[in-house]
Design a protein around this ligand. Structure first.
Ligand code: MG
Ligand code: ZN
Length: 215
């Protein structure tokens, strides 16, 4: 029987370009965070809060991945953050090749931190390395406690999980203990941080984590 392993070939090629991106970014001293999560989880809101809290203390930029349009990029530009928009024309994740094109549009010597806001999707962004230093996933309190068991890969791949919309916890039926034990069942070493971009809860911890990454 002949078996065609198309997917692994695609992933090998992606890994090669991801390695190249990683070398480029590292040689310029840029820490890169791949920000992943479902549509509406609060990725862009987290970046807006980050812009306000960091002020001018860190030089950073964003690569914004969307299937279409530039709504999120405009939100960040309004706050003075340099943004490169990548439209994937249908693809539901960013890959290393797309990010390499994005890097060509940035002055990497002028930044120390780069966020790549991935396409809103809880599945395949976790499968494609882009050359990042850290993977952060945003899961909102409104998404329910079953997500780690249904979509374990992103939880396993991430270095940090931001539990967003923490201000809504008192109003939701979410069983927080059940969610946290599901997270540690699928990814025992994953750190979890409760954050609300609206109320500012957890902002200090988030900014502290970023500063630690910057070293
Ligand atoms: Mg967004
Ligand atoms: Zn995809």
């Amino acid at each position: 029987m002949k078996t065609i392993r198309l997917e692994s070939g695609i992933l090998d090629e992606n890994d090669r370009i991801a390695d190249e991106n990683e070398r480029t970014l590292r040689s310029r001293g840029v820490v890169t965070v791949n920000l992943m999560g479902s549509p509406g989880a609060g990725k862009t809101s987290l970046l807006e809060m980050t812009a306000v809290k960091l002020g001018g203390s860190v030089r950073w930029a964003v690569i914004e991945g969307d299937i279409e349009g530039s709504l999120d990029a405009r939100r960040l530009e309004r706050l003075g953050v340099p943004v490169v928009q990548i439209n994937t024309s249908g693809a539901c994740h960013l890959d290393a090749h797309m990010v390499r094109e994005g890097l060509r549009c940035l002055d990497l010597d002028s930044i120390e931190l780069l966020f790549v806001e991935n396409v809103g999707n809880l599945v395949c962004p976790a499968e494609f390395r882009i050359g990042e230093s850290r993977k952060v996933m945003v899961l909102s309190t409104t998404e329910g406690e079953d997500k780690p068991r249904k979509y374990p890969l992103m939880f396993r791949e991430s270095d940090l999980m931001v539990l967003s919309k923490a201000d809504l916890l008192p109003h939701l039926d979410l069983d927080l203990d059940a969610l946290l034990s599901a997270v540690s069942a699928v990814s025992p070493d994953l750190s979890v941080m409760q954050v609300s971009s609206r109320s500012g809860e957890g902002a200090g911890q988030w900014i502290g984590w970023l500063r630690e990454c910057l070293g």
